[in-house]
Design a protein around this ligand. Structure first.
Ligand code: EPU
Length: 422
């Protein structure tokens, strides 16, 4: 098992470049199955979840050529139906996007029930509701889920009881080549939903309203391949913004869409952190005097649940009592036990965390309990005087591209060690 070894207490200074957004890239990679042609995807993040997604599509029959670190040519014409490699799919939540893609292309799909970060119950009832509205029969068999449409999918109105990212993605993909019009009401509004719609439209789909709560998808007969660049990762960017603030740094977070970072920026400013917005960068500076704050996670454009753990680290370093309320995921606070090992004073009651400010974290041996929790441990370690070792970093590598290299380039003392060497 690899670990991260971080000797903290140094401010992050300089410029960090942000990669493509994992949660936009995943649906787009699986949507290429529906496109049934050659797609060139640029700005794919170099992270393990993306490699797994590409491997799943490759094992389904696609021909994939890597053009450079971030660009892949994917020919999905040879993909055959009912070919999802279940051993790989079960470990990655985003793999359930094969359902929408295969259903749209072949009228049937079978895959394993989704894995991913353990953030509490993560039901897929809204995906099922959408597929059924389009005319598919959905059944759960063993550890898998089967969707079968006897006839071509028919567009339909779908009201989502929860503005789920995953369900909005799956329904959009399945509906893109259905007969007639699908209207998704109470759709997710996240930037990755807009990116998927832009990708599908660039392939000839007819989707409007993405980014609002009503998305209209007029089915088309055929899609065509092309070249598409994934948007920058707002969660990677937000993570480094917080790391800058926690280390009293001065960091330019480059290649971002500042609008996507608004919720994080607003909270940082409220806490006394200086944030300057450029066209495609934000500059974050802090003198370490941090004010307490209350944060409530919400669907976009609210404060992202994927920034809950990282922001909690900053709130620990603020004066007075802060609070985070988690309103998206059932169980997001498992990471707090690890922060407590580093001296944090956090009390969790249900979906609320009460955070009492401390002067500094103390170094410790801790674990990344999930992807964003891992990022939070890195930030806490960067701010602590002394050496922290973080275990189970495979979680971090699922979603952060070259975190060690990027942090080293702005002054962090961080290295990856493997058990054999330690
Ligand atoms: N929900 C339902 N029924 C459904 C689907 C979702 O009740 O059919 C509930 C979930 O239980 C949850 C809430 O709706 O409480 C939000 O779930 P959503 O479907 O929006 O999340 P997701 O698609 O499973 C994606 C990201 C997560 C991110 C969430 C929220 C991917 C692959 N994953 O998950 O990313 O936390 O949206 O923004 O896009 C991460 O990157 O670290 C990560 C966990």
């Amino acid at each position: 098992m690899d670990k991260l070894c971080i000797s903290g207490g140094r401010p992050l200074l300089g410029k960090i470049n942000i990669g493509g957004m994992k949660n936009a890239a995943l649906p787009i990679i699986f949507a290429t199955i529906l496109v049934n042609d050659v797609c060139v995807l640029e700005n794919l993040p170099d992270v393990s979840d993306i490699k797994t997604a590409l491997e799943i599509v490759r094992r389904m029959g696609a021909e994939i050529e890597q053009i450079d670190n971030f660009t892949y040519r994917i020919d999905t014409r040879p993909v055959h139906s009912n070919s999802v490699p279940l051993d790989l799919a079960k470990n990655m939540r985003g793999s359930y996007y094969v359902l929408g893609a295969e259903l749209g292309r072949f009228g049937r799909s079978y895959t394993s029930l989704p894995g991913g970060c353990n953030l509490g119950a993560r039901p897929i009832d809204q995906h099922i509701k959408g597929f059924e509205a389009l005319g598919a029969t959905v059944t759960c068999i063993d550890d898998g889920i089967s969707c079968i449409a006897e006839n071509k999918l028919e567009g339909a109105p779908v009201y989502m009881d929860v503005a789920s990212v995953g369900a909005t993605v799956n329904i959009m993909i399945a509906a893109a080549t259905a007969n007639g019009m699908t209207v998704i009401d109470n759709a997710a509004r996240e930037p990755h939903i807009v990116d998927l719609a832009n990708f599908l439209n660039s392939c000839g789909a007819n989707i409007s309203g993405a980014g609002t709560e009503v998305i209209k998808i007029r089915g088309v007969d055929k899609l065509y391949g092309g070249t598409y660049a994934i948007i920058p990762d707002m969660i990677e960017a937000g993570t480094y913004m917080i790391a800058a603030a926690a280390t009293k740094g001065d960091l330019i977070v480059n290649n971002v869409i500042p609008r996507h970072l608004e919720a994080t920026t607003r909270k940082l400013v409220e806490m006394g952190v200086e944030v300057e917005e450029g066209d495609d960068y934000v500059r974050v500076r802090s003198d370490g005097n941090l004010k307490k704050a209350r944060v409530k996670t919400d669907f976009y454009p609210g404060f992202p649940t994927d920034m809950n753990p990282q922001f909690c680290v900053l709130l620990c370093l603020a004066e007075g009592e802060s609070k985070i309320t988690e309103s998206v995921m059932d169980s997001r606070f498992k990471y707090t036990d690890e922060l407590v090992r580093m001296g944090a004073k956090i009390t969790v009651t249900g979906r609320d965390a009460k955070i009492e400010g401390i002067d500094a974290f103390r170094p410790a041996n801790v674990r990344a309990v999930d992807l964003r929790a891992g990022a939070a441990m890195v930030i806490a370690a960067l701010s602590a005087n002394g050496t922290t070792v973080i275990d189970d970093i495979y979680h971090i590598e699922r979603g952060y591209e070259d975190m060690v290299g990027k942090l080293r380039s702005v002054g962090a003392d961080i290295k990856k060690i493997s058990d054999k060497l330690s």
